[in-house]
Design a protein around this ligand. Structure first.
Ligand SMILES: *Cc1c(COP(=O)(O)O)cnc(C)c1O
Length: 480
C-alpha cells in the first residue's frame, strides 16, 4: 500500500501493486456511497475549522504520499466542509444535487480519459447522441448542432458570439467589431452572465438593453418594441434578442412565442437562456409554459441544475451547426483531418466551440438520461415545483410571513412580515446557514433583500420545506 502514491517500473505512474490499489479504490467508492446514503443526517454546511484550512497551507509535495493517507486527508479536511448542494435542505441559489449514477459515470469517464476536442472515437458519438436527443426534446431541426460547455454562462457567451458572427459575417473574426452599432435586448431580470458576455465579447454591456418586466417577472413586450424602434431610429443595428426561460429571481418565463415573432420580424438572432427552467419541458404539465422555445436560434441550458448531472455540464443547442463553425472553425496544421483512421471525421467539436481539449461531460449526462429516463426526471422536476407551491401555500397561511411575487416554477421569495428593509431576512438566512439544516439564499427584490428558496434538489422533501418555514419563524421570533 505504501507504494501506491509513487511511480514504479521506470517512469510510469501506474501502481506496482494493482491488487493493493484495487482494494483502496473499493474503499474510496464505498466511503463516497456511504456519504451519499447518509447525506441527510450530516450537516448541510459547517464552517471548516482552522486545522482543516491549515492543511491546505502545506507546501507543494516533493515526494510521494500513500494514496490511503491522501484519501484520509480528503475525508477529514474536504468532504465534511462542502457547500451542501447534495443535502436535501439545500435551496440556496440554483444548484443540482448530483446522483450516484452520475458519480459512477464520472469515474468511468476519468478512467477513459477521452479528449473530446476531436478525432474519430466513440466518446464523440455519445456527445452527438445527446445533441440528437436535445434536438428532439426541444423541437430543433436536423441542421441543429450543439456543444457541451462548463455551464450556461459559457453557453450564453457563445450565443452572443454566434449572433455577432451572423450579423457581421465571418469577417468579424479577422477584423473585429469595428464601429458596428450592434444592440441587443433582454429583460431586466436576465442573469448577470449575459451582460458579462457582452463585456467579454468586446461589445460592451451598454449594447445590451435591459427591458422592464411585468408583475410576473416577464419581459414587457411593448417596452421591448419601443426600445427596438428607438434604436433603429437612432441608426443602431439590433442583432440579438435574449429570452429567459426561468429567471433566477423568480423562475419567470418570458413569452417565448411572442419573442420569436419579434426576432423573426426584426431579422435578429433569438437566443433563450434556459439554464434554470428548460428541463421543466420534461414534465407534460409544465411543457406548455415553454411554447415558442422550438423557434429559438440557440438555447442554453444546464444539465447540472435540474437534470442533476454532477458538475459541470452546461450545453448550447444551435439551430444551424453552420453558425457554430462560421464562428469557431479554423484551419490549423496540427489538427489536419485524415480521410480514414484516428484523425478522421469531418467536423470536430473544436470546430464548433472555443475549446480544444475537452472532457467527456457527455458520459455522465448519457448515463443520467438512460438510467433514469425522461419520465422519472420529469416527475422529479414536477415534484420540486409541487414543493415550491407547498412552500408558497405555507407562507401565505402564516401571518408572520409574506410571499413576494409569483411562483412560476420552483423559486419562492418571501420575507418575515414587516421586514420592509430586508435586514431580518438577510440575518435569518445567515443564521440558517450556520445551523446547517436548511439553506435558502438571499436575493434583492425591488432593491430590498428577501429570502429565496430555489427547489432544485431531487432529495428535497416536504419535511425540508417545513423545516425552512419553521426555522424562519423561530429565528425571526428570536431576533425580535
Ligand atoms: C445558473 C444560471 C446561469 C448560469 O449558469 P452556470 O451554469 O452557473 O454558468 C445563467 N442563467 C440562469 C437563468 C441561471 O439560472
Amino acid at each position: 500500500m505504501s507504494e501506491q502514491g509513487a511511480g514504479h517500473g521506470g517512469g510510469t505512474l501506474d501502481p506496482a501493486d494493482w491488487a493493493g490499489l484495487r482494494a483502496q479504490a473499493h474503499r474510496m467508492l464505498d466511503d463516497m456511497l456511504d456519504h451519499l446514503e447518509h447525506r441527510r443526517d450530516l450537516p448541510l454546511w459547517q464552517p471548516a475549522p482552522p486545522a482543516a484550512r491549515a492543511a491546505f497551507a502545506a507546501p507543494l509535495p516533493q515526494g510521494p504520499s500513500p494514496l490511503d493517507q491522501v484519501h484520509r486527508d480528503f475525508l477529514t479536511n474536504v468532504l465534511p466542509y462542502g457547500a451542501g448542494n447534495t443535502h436535501p435542505g439545500f435551496m440556496g441559489w440554483v444548484q443540482g444535487g448530483g446522483t450516484p449514477v452520475g458519480m459512477l459515470a464520472e469515474m468511468l469517464a476519468a478512467g477513459f480519459n477521452a479528449n473530446c476536442g476531436g478525432r474519430d472515437h466513440m466518446a464523440l458519438a455519445v456527445e452527438r447522441q445527446i445533441t440528437a436527443w436535445m434536438r428532439d426534446l426541444y423541437g430543433f431541426p436536423e441542421t441543429a448542432d450543439g456543444i457541451f460547455l462548463t455551464g450556461a454562462s459559457q453557453a450564453n457567451f457563445l450565443a452572443v458570439l454566434i449572433a455577432r458572427t451572423r450579423a457581421l459575417g465571418p469577417a468579424v473574426r479577422e477584423q473585429g467589431l469595428g464601429a458596428a452599432p450592434l444592440t441587443a435586448y433582454a429583460s431586466a431580470e436576465v442573469h448577470g452572465c449575459v451582460p458579462r458576455a457582452f463585456e467579454m465579447a468586446g461589445l460592451g454591456r451598454a449594447a445590451l438593453r435591459l427591458i422592464p418586466v411585468d408583475a410576473a417577472g416577464r419581459i414587457e413586450l411593448a417596452a421591448l418594441d419601443a426600445a427596438i424602434a428607438a434604436d433603429r431610429a437612432a441608426g443602431a443595428r439590433p442583432f440579438l434578442l435574449v429570452g429567459t426561460a426561468g429567471t433566477v429571481n423568480s423562475g419567470a418565463i418570458d413569452d417565448l412565442a411572442a419573442l420569436a415573432d419579434r426576432a423573426a420580424a426584426q431579422g435578429v438572432h433569438f437566443h433563450v437562456d434556459g439554464a434554470l427552467g428548460a428541463f421543466a419541458r420534461l414534465s407534460p404539465r409544465l411543457a406548455p409554459l415553454f411554447d415558442g422555445i422550438a423557434r429559438a436560434d440557440s438555447l442554453a441550458f444546464d444539465f447540472h441544475k435540474w437534470a442533476q448531472v454532477p458538475y459541470d455540464a452546461g450545453y448550447l443547442l444551435v439551430r444551424d451547426g453552420g453558425w457554430q463553425r462560421a464562428t469557431f472553425a479554423a484551419d490549423n496544421a496540427y489538427l489536419t483531418r485524415a480521410a480514414t483512421g484516428l484523425a478522421g471525421g469531418d467536423w470536430w467539436p473544436c470546430d464548433t466551440g472555443p475549446d480544444l481539449s475537452r472532457g467527456f461531460r457527455a458520459l455522465k449526462t448519457w448515463f443520467t438520461l438512460k438510467t433514469y429516463g425522461l419520465d422519472a426526471l420529469g416527475a422529479m422536476i414536477e415534484g420540486t415545483c409541487a414543493l415550491a407551491t407547498r412552500l408558497a401555500d405555507r407562507i401565505t397561511a402564516e401571518p408572520g410571513l409574506q410571499l413576494i411575487g409569483q411562483v412560476a416554477l420552483n423559486v419562492v421569495c418571501f420575507r418575515p412580515a414587516g421586514d420592509s428593509d430586508g435586514s431580518r431576512s438577510a440575518r435569518i438566512v445567515e443564521a440558517l446557514h450556520l445551523e446547517g439544516r436548511v439553506a435558502p439564499s438571499v436575493t434583492r427584490i425591488g432593491g430590498v433583500p428577501a429570502i429565496r428558496a430555489a427547489i432544485v434538489n431531487h432529495r428535497t422533501t416536504a419535511a425540508d420545506i417545513d423545516a425552512l418555514v419553521d426555522g424562519v419563524l423561530r429565528l425571526d421570533a428570536s431576533l425580535a
